[in-house]
Design a binder for this molecule. Structure first.
Ligand SMILES: Nc1ncnc2c1ncn2[C@@H]1O[C@H](COP(=O)(O)OP(=O)(O)OP(=O)(O)O)[C@@H](O)[C@H]1O
Ligand SMILES: [Mg+2]
Length: 382
């Protein structure tokens, strides 16, 4: 391998992270949204969108006259054409033009991408951008690699993602994708529950604009949300917090139990008056482990990594330990606190893993040239 500098893209359900492998952190991030201007809507709104296509939050000023698409959902590509627009944007963010891209790309694929997704991604990337080579690396493998101090290891990766959460065993650095478990609760689910809860508490945001309300609640969710250690006890405390509305001319909102009742969706689907989404992240992990053969079970359960945006919540580790051990007891199994790792800055963990993985001896095998792809198709990535 002659080069040691790679472009690294981690395009997630909500956020894209971009940078070069010689940096410790991604240098750019953007919302993984694509908006197309809509003539009919433009006529009604009397706004003239300056272009046909917007990436990220560029569209916000023209929200009334565009159709907004989420090209990636549940960590899988749903609209390849729009995914391609996001790739154009990503390349143009790091390079000055789309031609002569002579730096190879490392793309962090979703934790449960199948071979057809790898083939499609390979086709688009090689045909359109003429890159010298492409490495597709698995999200869970990269999270495991980064939290193992950039070493190949064994772990069970619980990724609390944008719209879904996943649990994937990673053994000797390899994700066992067929053993993965998925739950339909992630960052967006918590945001929606938080908006509903705060409104039910009768809080006045000082605006009826839903986009603005969402923006306030996402900030609130990150700064003031937490995972409690016992719902009933916490409800009794009935604490309220004052939160200054960002760019709100010094105005505050005061929020009570919603702070922990919304994130509670990650553990308890039966919170009073709240909709049921899943059996919780402890069941997600246990259901995954239970499927594994004895030896693999022992390896995977030796280190449980909790990653993704929502792993930033205080209290997540202690509560996970408590709930997991309650259900694992049925099989006389338990874990201790030091077997659970919650790496700092869980949102960039997979990106950081991918950037560092390019220096690892195993990486060379995962780097595929156009010629190899033309000959072997998606098999070149295995
Ligand atoms: N410190 C934090 N505390 C609580 N929530 C957070 C924090 N940081 C980010 N989040 C939330 O975590 C959620 C998931 O974000 P993340 O960036 O991991 O998703 P993604 O990488 O785009 O999705 P995926 O990996 O599932 O495709 C978002 O809703 C985000 O608001
Ligand atoms: Mg992600």
């Amino acid at each position: 391998m002659t080069t040691n500098k790679f472009a690294v893209f981690d395009l997630g359900t909500l956020h894209g992270r971009l940078g070069f492998s010689d940096c410790k952190l991604p240098t750019h991030s953007f919302r993984t949204l694509v908006a197309h201007s809509n003539e009919e809507k433009a006529k009604v709104s009397k706004l003239v969108p300056p272009k046909d296509l917007f990436i990220g939050t560029e569209y916000l000023e023209y929200a009334e006259c565009v159709d907004v698409i989420k090209p990636i959902y549940d960590a899988k590509v749903q609209s390849w054409g729009d995914w391609e627009h996001m790739l154009d944007y990503s390349f143009l963010t790091l390079f000055s033009s789309l031609t002569d891209l002579d730096t190879p790309l490392v793309y962090v694929e979703g934790p449960t991408w199948d071979v057809s997704m790898k083939r499609k991604a390979g086709e688009i990337i090689f045909e359109k951008y003429q890159l010298p080579s492409l490495g597709l690396v698995n999200h869970a493998e990269m999270s495991s690699f980064a939290s193992n101090n950039f070493q190949i290891g064994n772990s069970l990766v619980v990724e609390l993602g944008g719209t879904c959460s996943y649990c994937v065993p990673v053994i000797e650095g390899q994700a066992l994708v067929s053993q993965a478990t998925v739950m339909e609760a992630g960052g967006t689910t918590v945001t929606q529950a938080m908006i509903r809860g705060i409104q039910e508490e009768g809080v006045d945001f000082g605006t009826k604009d839903l986009t603005r309300i969402k923006e306030i609640v996402i900030k609130f969710k990150k700064m003031e949300g937490y995972i409690c250690q016992g719902v009933e006890k916490e409800i009794e405390l009935n604490k309220k917090v004052k939160f200054e509305i960002p760019n709100g001319d010094g105005k505050y909102i005061s929020v009570g139990n919603t702070r922990f009742l919304a994130p509670e969706l990650l553990f308890s689907p039966r919170v009073k008056n709240k909709q049921s989404f899943s059996n919780g992240m402890h069941n997600l992990a246990w259901d995954c482990l239970k499927k594994l053969k004895k030896e693999i079970f022992a390896k995977a359960s030796s280190q449980i990594i909790i990653a993704g945006g929502l792993s930033g919540y205080r209290g997540v580790k202690q509560r996970f330990l408590q709930e997991f051990n309650k259900i694992a007891k049925e099989s006389n199994f338990s874990i201790s606190e030091n077997e659970i790792i919650v790496p700092q800055n869980g949102v960039t963990l997979a990106w950081r893993g991918a950037a560092k993985f390019t220096h690892h001896e195993l990486f060379e095998k995962q780097l595929v040239t156009k010629e190899q792809f033309d000959n072997l198709g998606e098999n070149a990535f295995n």
